[in-house]
Write a protein that binds this ligand. Structure first.
Ligand code: SAM
Length: 174
């Protein structure tokens, strides 16, 4: 096979799903970790918890929860970001990084925390997706930078140079 054709196919295989994730959820952008640390300390994430990151990007959020002993599950549609997340979390215990579109994947019933940093225009769709998952009403949702429309957050965490981190429970959005 022509080298140029091969390079184009590999490039498209990596870039097309990455672009698609940017359209249906959000392109990759890092969450500033200081506000996440503050929130995780405040709620007391521990080894009893399961955190799911919807669009786990570089795996930083999962790693922060894993440091506190939690089981972590990340879903990621960009093969490039999936690879980075996998490498970042490979030494964390109880961690899974799944490749795929989270809208087509289930959130496990024992999930205690859901994390999202996704575009505001998709919030309603994300809300409907989470609401129909078999998780407990008490499961906590963190949304970085963008709030849910018409749902007052239970808490808003703030830290220097970070966007706000909004906290809800699944009951609030059902
Ligand atoms: C703004 S970044 C947030 C990354 C990480 N959660 C954090 O807070 O640092 C959004 C990530 O979600 C991924 N993404 C967007 N839509 C997705 C979908 N439907 N399924 C899986 N991943 C998705 C993107 O590829 C990107 O890496």
């Amino acid at each position: 096979m022509d080298v140029l054709l091969l390079a184009t196919l590999i490039g498209s295989g990596l870039l097309l799903p990455t672009a698609y994730a940017g359209i249906i959820g959000a392109p990759w952008a890092p969450t500033r970790i200081a506000v996440v640390k503050k929130a995780f300390d405040a709620v007391g994430i521990s080894e009893k918890d399961v955190l799911v990151d919807l669009g786990c990007g570089d795996g930083k959020i999962m790693h922060e929860a894993a440091k506190r002993g939690a089981k972590t599950i990340g879903y990621e549609l960009s093969p490039i970001m999936w690879c980075i997340a996998w490498m970042r979390t490979m030494r964390d215990k109880k961690t899974q990084v799944h490749y795929g579109n989270f809208f087509k994947l289930p959130i496990p019933p024992d999930t205690t925390y859901i994390f999202a940093f996704l575009m505001p225009k998709h919030m309603q769709k994300i809300r409907e997706y989470i609401a129909k998952q078999p998780v407990q009403d008490a499961t906590i949702i963190f949304s970085y930078a963008f709030p849910m429309q018409d749902v007052p957050p239970r808490m808003i965490f703030r830290a220097k140079k970070c966007a706000p981190l909004y906290m809800y429970t699944v009951k609030d959005i059902r």
